[in-house]
Ligand binder design. Structure first.
Ligand code: FES
Length: 173
């Protein structure tokens, strides 16, 4: 065995790859790579809006959330639907026969909002965002969108929530 051969580790002898050649990217390969990434971005730019257009908003089947006797006028209580703890909701009793349900996550940065009956406002303590408790619309502050609202259905003394209110529909609260 020659002196030179002894110095080369066995793994290098088995895989004789030259570093410079391995790191070399030809112009053709580079253009292929750029084309691939541009194509992927262009596809995503079209696919995401199309997907969102055809996606149906998830329907919520009537979900029992409590009895009318459980909450005084001016009161608020939070709940989850189907144990989904990522989406807290708030039930508000605005008046004797007026009930509202909104998502409790602020549309700005997802802080928990609270109902203030004295001020007749839904408040976000994080950046002083204020929402209208009648329809969830933004009154003041940085929130960019109204609070998503669920329909409330009262049957006898039982309170149920169903699917999302459309922004143009009248509230059932
Ligand atoms: S998170 Fe509610 S106003 Fe910023």
């Amino acid at each position: 065995m020659s002196e030179n051969h002894k110095k080369i580790p066995a793994w290098k002898a088995d895989f004789p790859i030259k570093k410079r050649e391995a790191a070399y990217v030809s112009r053709k390969e580079f253009i292929k790579l750029i084309t691939f990434f541009s194509g992927t971005l262009a596809f995503a730019n079209v696919a995401v809006p199309v997907f969102n257009f055809f996606r149906k908003e998830k329907e919520i089947k009537p979900y029992f959330i409590g009895l009318t006797t459980d909450l005084q006028v001016g009161g608020m209580r939070t709940f989850y639907i189907n144990e989904d703890h990522r989406n807290p909701y708030m039930l508000i009793r605005l008046a004797e026969d007026t009930w509202k349900v909104f998502e409790q996550k602020c549309t700005h940065l997802s802080c928990s909002v609270l109902y203030n009956h004295n001020e007749q406002l839904i408040e976000c303590p994080c950046h002083h965002g204020f929402f209208n408790p009648d329809d969830g619309s933004v009154i003041q502050g940085p929130p960019p969108r109204p609070l998503p609202q669920l329909k409330v259905v009262i049957k006898e003394d039982k309170i149920y929530v169903t699917d999302f209110e459309k922004e143009t529909e009248e509230s059932h609260g």
